[in-house]
Design a protein around this ligand. Structure first.
Ligand SMILES: NC(=O)c1ccc[n+]([C@@H]2O[C@H](COP(=O)([O-])OP(=O)(O)OC[C@H]3O[C@@H](n4cnc5c(N)ncnc54)[C@H](OP(=O)(O)O)[C@@H]3O)[C@@H](O)[C@H]2O)c1
Length: 219
């Protein structure tokens, strides 16, 4: 869902996107690439293995389940010879949801760690940026659909890499003034531990199409 939504939007705004998969020949991937095409803005979609996608990209988006993200990124990096992620922004959208005990899911990484941090520790030559994991896939790429301005959160150790992700978010329709920088990559804990509240809100509101706005009082 996220790979499709974000990948299609990136193509729409003019980027070349290679979608990675465990099986480069999978039918869903081929169907996405044919559909994504590439418009007047000049982008285009293609598919490959996780390693081929990471080698291709200037920026790598992780849109896989958080509890398998390290395995996927290890494959994406190119296995033991590695190097596909070095020097690149790795934009992590994942959540550590554990569905093994049924619904609602629990969080498999919490409190003093997060998937965002685990990725940064595993790939110290990459710049991990966490953003977008707090909204539904459709809201990610069309925030205006909510009808009001809402907030998005971002964190990561490297300011320039966060700036690059914010530039892309602006092309998705997010306003830079609505994006709150939570500091270094340990902010991922807060972003991932928001999920139990997000899941409750979805049940209560009976839709995944919502987001929150933070109002700052005078100090
Ligand atoms: N869905 C949302 O609206 C939403 C919103 C916010 C955040 N997120 C987070 O974004 C991430 C992606 O969500 P999604 O709904 O797009 O997930 P998804 O469709 O279930 O999975 C995305 C891709 O991850 C790969 N994958 C799944 N299980 C795997 C495994 N065991 N080993 C290796 N690769 C595996 C699959 O690629 P192949 O099958 O092609 O190999 C799959 O297409 C998750 O961490 C989710 O919590 C989702």
């Amino acid at each position: 869902m996220v790979g499709r939504a974000v990948g299609s939007k990136l193509v729409e705004v003019g980027h070349e996107v290679r979608m990675g998969s465990r099986d480069a020949g999978n039918e869903q991937g081929a169907a996405w690439a044919a559909e994504a095409g590439g418009g007047d803005a000049g982008g285009g979609g293609s598919v490959g293995t996780f390693a081929e996608a990471a080698e291709f990209g200037e920026l790598v988006v992780n849109a896989t389940p958080g509890l398998v993200a390290l395995d996927v990124l290890e494959a994406a990096n190119g296995g033991s010879s590695g190097g596909n992620l070095a020097g690149k922004v790795v934009w992590d959208i994942s959540n550590p949801l554990d569905f093994s005990q049924g619904m609602p899911p629990t969080l498999g990484v919490v409190n003093d760690d997060s998937v965002g941090e685990r990725i940064q520790r595993a790939f110290p030559d990459a710049q991990v940026v966490k953003a977008l994991n707090t909204v539904n896939a459709q809201v990610m790429v069309d925030p205006a659909s909510l009808g009001e301005q809402t907030n998005l959160f971002i964190c990561g150790d490297d300011k320039a890499s966060k700036g690059r992700v914010i530039e892309i978010l602006e092309t998705f329709g997010w306003l830079s003034g609505d994006i709150i920088d939570l500091g270094d990559i340990t902010g991922s804990r807060a972003l991932e531990m928001y999920l139990p509240l997000w899941l409750r809100l979805m049940n209560t509101l009976e839709t995944p199409s919502f987001n929150i706005r933070v109002v700052r009082g005078e100090s």
